[in-house]
Ligand binder design. Structure first.
Ligand SMILES: NC(=O)c1ccc[n+]([C@@H]2O[C@H](COP(=O)([O-])OP(=O)(O)OC[C@H]3O[C@@H](n4cnc5c(N)ncnc54)[C@H](O)[C@@H]3O)[C@@H](O)[C@H]2O)c1
Length: 250
């Protein structure tokens, strides 16, 4: 078996953008995908189109994670991979960030990723191993002034990922954990940001405009995610994969 064929993989935030592309590419490559998202109607419609399982989920809700893993175990009996992808990106710098915005951003990204990793490891241990992919950002590497809480959260995901990878290796769990760091990718999150910050409309026909601005496509990230979930990446652990066409060279 190569690639992700027959692997059971859960993707959070799968009703839009990067999570949706991850789910699509994984399904195309033969994985059995469980899609989750807080947007239940959109998520279940999309999952039905792909023949995937959909579970409504707020990733910041710890108790829901136990129910999600119970449902995955009942349906598939195991979990081989998880993509902790769900996220929000409020635009605010250190002077304009509110405490509510700060707490919500950290709850979704940091708490959500922590709960997701902890819950997944429990089921992956029973499954004989697995691969965790945590969606970080180039914001974790450089810090983006207009995304204060987001930069802090993504930096935390980067460090958490490495701590989990070393723990799993040390404990001989056969579970790997890596982070992915996209630059700007053409998703609703970035379309809204570009509109708000630069008053530019990134409509579907504006391929040239997007290229000139260095904006990638969701599938550019999804192929890396699929690789990290596959057995071909079995020696790749605790690392950070930057996908930004050299936009953030540090
Ligand atoms: N688009 C980019 O350029 C880019 C770059 C770097 C990192 N990222 C990261 O990639 C991930 C996906 O971003 P995107 O661009 O696809 O955004 P998006 O807004 O298109 O999709 C995010 C998805 O997450 C879901 N979501 C939000 N809060 C949730 C919650 N509490 N529980 C469950 N689901 C929730 C949304 O409903 C949505 O479907 C995020 O973690 C984001 O920070 C995106």
């Amino acid at each position: 078996m190569s690639g992700v064929t027959d692997k059971v993989v859960l993707v959070t935030g799968a009703a839009s953008g990067l999570g949706l592309a991850d789910a699509q590419v994984l399904i195309e490559q033969g994985a059995q995908v469980i899609m989750t998202d807080i947007e239940a109607d959109r998520g279940s419609e999309l999952a039905a189109q792909f023949g995937a399982m959909f579970l409504p989920q707020d990733v910041a809700d710890e108790l829901r994670w136990a129910e999600i893993m119970d449902a995955v175990k009942a349906e598939y009996g195991r979990l081989d991979g998880i993509v902790n992808n769900a996220g929000i990106a409020p635009i605010a710098d250190i002077e304009t960030t509110t405490t509510d915005m700060w707490r919500k951003t950290l709850a979704i990204h940091l708490d959500g990723t922590y709960f997701g990793c902890q819950a997944a490891i429990k089921l992956m241990k029973e499954s004989g191993g697995g691969s965790i992919v945590n969606m970080s950002s180039t914001a974790a590497l450089v810090g983006i002034p207009d995304y204060l809480a987001y930069s802090a959260a993504k930096g935390g995901i980067r460090a958490m990922t490495k701590a989990i990878a070393v723990h799993c290796r040390r404990a001989k769990l056969r579970i790997r954990c890596n982070s992915v760091h996209p630059g700007s990718i053409n998703t609703p999150m970035v379309q809204n940001a570009v509109k708000q910050l630069m008053d530019i409309d990134l409509d579907d026909n504006a391929e040239k405009k997007r290229k000139a601005m260095g904006i990638g496509e969701p599938r550019d990230v999804a192929h890396m995610v699929a690789y990290l979930l596959s057995d071909e990446s079995k020696h790749v652990n605790g690392t950070e994969m930057v996908i930004d066409n050299a936009d953030t060279v540090i």
